[in-house]
Design a protein around this ligand. Structure first.
Ligand code: CA
Length: 722
């Protein structure tokens, strides 16, 4: 899908010029977030040969590393009658699909015992396991071979043969390492920093970076630095000391991905000293900065909430696309492509940021000015926004396939939810705020919600429309899911509103189409008539397909729309959402899939990244693969405050070493697979900021509900009788 997005744009719209996405370094391995094993290093062997593995994956070594904090540990026994193999797979994460071209496979090798250079394991590259090149003996490419020191091994890609597709280095998705035919006996080697590089790198003198801030929290230190203009910096390297004398390298960060680093030490009340250096593409290093002193400290529950809110808020503040000021789909990921729904959630997170003092109100206003200007000038279709847009140009991006090259009404409703909350927050009677309010109001009134009925007498709204493919995707909006806010805002629109009856004919429809839609999707007839009226794990559920669906159904529509005020003839949505969260919690406690790490403080099945990609997960075995997303429990704060707080503390205190990062909690983790997400996701960080705030002060609910169109829609929906 993601490859198709970029590909199809070129194929079908050759005349539209897009700003080129910046290219990432093609890194297979620099460090593993999990300290036991590396999820992407798959081992296999036939006895009597053997390679040491943890559940089929390569162990990680934290004691000796070329780039701190770890390297890959190959501990093997080679025998002529057997063989062993490791496949290093490219962690093919969402949107990291623009890579620098290279001409060398480079890695760093540490030989821990006596191994003949010609008996080193052989190496192949490939598109996948079945499309490998020839195997090369790396020994002859190492001139200064010796044991117990790091040596760079550079294998020219031209030496690998077997597939024309490999001529494009971007296609290399697997590096295969196997027993050399001449090797006999037990050996131990470490490898680190496995990447495709370009041999031709101009030499540039490295500038030392500058520490901008260092802040201690309960169990981690957050360091940030001045962004380097120089493209010569491959990494910023972080050093830590306990005595301000002996400094040890503890980590590296790609400065083009983040300008901060989290050092999770796990201990409150300790003082540390930090220094930084810059590392070049040839791995030479600049002098170190002066040291900075910082201490961790005990924190109250309120301070922990502030900490999670601020870190997650930064995704939308410092992580935003530069031209539009809007949110990226995921970080790291595409750097130009903004996601409109996530951006709407992000606007609400920015409001929280201004209110809690993470930024000033003036900074908020300046950002809103940028956002509003971008929307005014960017692609809209009958007033509705696309799902994805190119930040530098404002053009639609068909990231989800060629037919999705127009409006997305659901994303539009997420975006408008945020924009309407911002309109209320800009409440001062001064020229700047008056101007912004007026322009937001125009954008709101320009959305032609009624156009998305497709036919005049349609009972349903439709998800997509594009000028080129019109109604080709033809996806009807039918609840229960995340699209309540879409119907709600369509009813609320003062200019292009739909009839309030469509709440029941579309969203909560009881016709055969709707019934089949729900049955197919929930794989059950429970909830297929919209009302559910079954109980699960002892919790009665009034509305919801199957067990109620992934937890984001209780978040996305209700970041602004106060579920306590939202009532129809079936239920009050605060009650229903609370039930769905309780079911999800009780399911995780019962843990029928017997997954590692589930329990009373660790729960929350929703849509997130996972070991095998992005997926919506639910509280039933066939929709559960052992992956928990912190946003599941934490964005449920208003429904389950104590349980959500317990989960927050557990995620931070027990799993912080891998789960806590630059923008708060990483997207998801799966302990059964010893996996954690590399990314933060735009759809998942803001709901934590906003729902914690709704729990604490009701701020975003109050703002959104103040809108008179919103109040009118609430009344109209309640007025409708059977
Ligand atoms: Ca490393």
């Amino acid at each position: 899908m993601k490859i198709c997005g970029a590909f199809c744009i070129c194929l079908f719209f050759p005349f539209i010029q897009y700003a080129q996405e910046t290219e990432y370094n093609h890194v297979f391995f620099d460090n593993s977030l999990m300290e036991e094993s590396w999820f992407y290093g798959e081992t296999s062997y036939t006895s009597p040969s053997h390679i040491l593995n943890i559940q089929g994956r390569l162990p990680v070594n934290t004691d000796v590393a070329f780039t701190p904090g770890n390297s890959l540990h190959l501990n093997y026994r080679s025998a002529p009658e057997g063989t062993w193999k490791v496949n290093l797979k490219y962690p093919d994460w969402r949107g990291k699909d623009f890579l620098k071209e290279g001409d060398m496979l480079s890695f760093w090798l540490y030989v821990a015992n006596e191994t003949q250079k010609d008996n080193l394991p052989e190496i192949a590259i490939g598109l996948d396991e079945d499309k490998l090149s020839n195997f090369i003996q790396p020994g002859k490419y190492i001139s200064d071979y010796s044991e117990k020191k790091w040596m760079q091994v550079k294998l020219p890609l031209a030496e690998f043969t077997g597939s024309e597709a490999l001529a494009n280095s971007n296609n290399i998705k697997i590096i295969s390492v196997k027993q050399s035919p001449n090797d006999v006996g037990k050996n131990e080697i470490l490898i680190d920093q496995v990447e495709i590089i370009n041999e031709e790198k101009p030499y540039v003198e490295l500038q030392t970076t500058k520490i901008r801030s260092a802040e201690g929290f309960e169990r981690h230190v957050d360091l940030s630095w001045e962004l380097e203009a120089s493209p010569a910096t491959r990494y910023v390297k972080i050093y830590r000391s306990h005595d301000n004398k002996n400094f040890t390298g503890i980590g590296v960060q790609s400065p083009d991905e983040f300008s901060r680093y989290v050092d999770y030490t796990g201990v409150p009340g300790k003082t540390y000293y930090y220094k930084l250096s810059s590392v070049g593409y040839d791995y030479t290093e600049s002098p170190l900065t002066e040291s900075t002193q910082v201490s961790t400290r005990e924190m109250s529950d309120e301070e922990l909430l502030d900490m999670v809110q601020e870190a997650s808020f930064r995704y939308y503040w410092e992580g935003a696309e530069v031209n539009s000021g809007l949110a990226l789909e995921n970080i790291p990921g595409r750097r130009n492509m903004i996601a409109t729904g996530a951006s709407g959630f992000g606007i609400m997170a920015l409001i929280v940021g201004a209110e809690r003092g993470f930024i000033t109100k003036d900074e908020f206003i300046t950002r809103m000015e940028k956002i509003v200007r971008f929307v005014e000038n960017g692609d809209r279709f009958h007033g509705a926004l696309p799902h994805f847009m190119d930040g530098p140009t404002g053009k639609v991006e068909a990231f989800f396939g060629k037919y999705d090259d127009g409006a997305d009404l659901v994303e539009t409703s997420f975006f408008m939810q945020g924009l309407l909350a911002a309109e209320q927050y800009l409440s001062e009677d001064d020229p700047e705020e008056n101007n912004l309010r007026n322009r937001i109001s125009v954008i709101w009134k320009e959305v032609e919600w009624d156009w998305f009925k497709q036919h005049e007498d349609s009972p349903y709204l439709y998800w997509h429309w594009s000028p080129e493919h019109e109604w080709h995707i033809n996806h009807k909006l039918i609840g229960w899911n995340e699209t309540m806010i879409t119907y709600f805002l369509a009813i609320a629109s003062p200019t292009h509103g739909i009839s309030p009856e469509m709440y029941y004919s579309g969203w909560a429809s009881q016709d055969t189409i709707a019934k089949n839609y729900r049955s197919n999707w929930g794989q059950t007839s429970e909830g297929s008539m919209y009302a559910n009226d079954t109980s699960y794990f002892g919790v009665p559920l009034e509305v919801g397909v199957g067990v109620g669906g992934p937890l984001f159904f209780t978040h996305y529509s209700f970041l602004g729309l106060d579920p306590m005020e939202m009532e129809d003839k079936y239920t009050n949505y605060f009650d229903t959402n609370k039930s769905i969260v309780s079911i999800n919690y009780r399911y995780s406690l019962e843990n029928p899939g017997n997954y590692e790490g589930y329990g009373k403080n660790s729960w929350g099945l929703t849509a997130s990244d996972g070991p095998w990609g992005y997926k919506a997960r639910e509280a039933k075995p066939e929709m559960d693969d052992g992956t928990i997303a912190p946003t599941g429990a934490i964005a449920s704060f208003p429904y389950t405050p104590e349980k959500s707080m317990d989960a927050l503390k557990h995620f931070y205190r027990e799993y912080g070493s891998f789960l806590w990062g630059e923008y708060g909690f990483r997207d998801a983790f799966n302990l059964s697979e010893d996996w954690t997400a590399n990314i933060f996701m735009g759809l998942n960080q803001a709901p934590m900021v906003v729902m914690i705030e709704n729990h604490r002060s009701g701020l975003i609910w109050d703002l959104f509900m103040k809108n008179e169109n919103v109040q009118e829609a609430l009344k109209e929906i309640k007025k409708i009788e059977d």
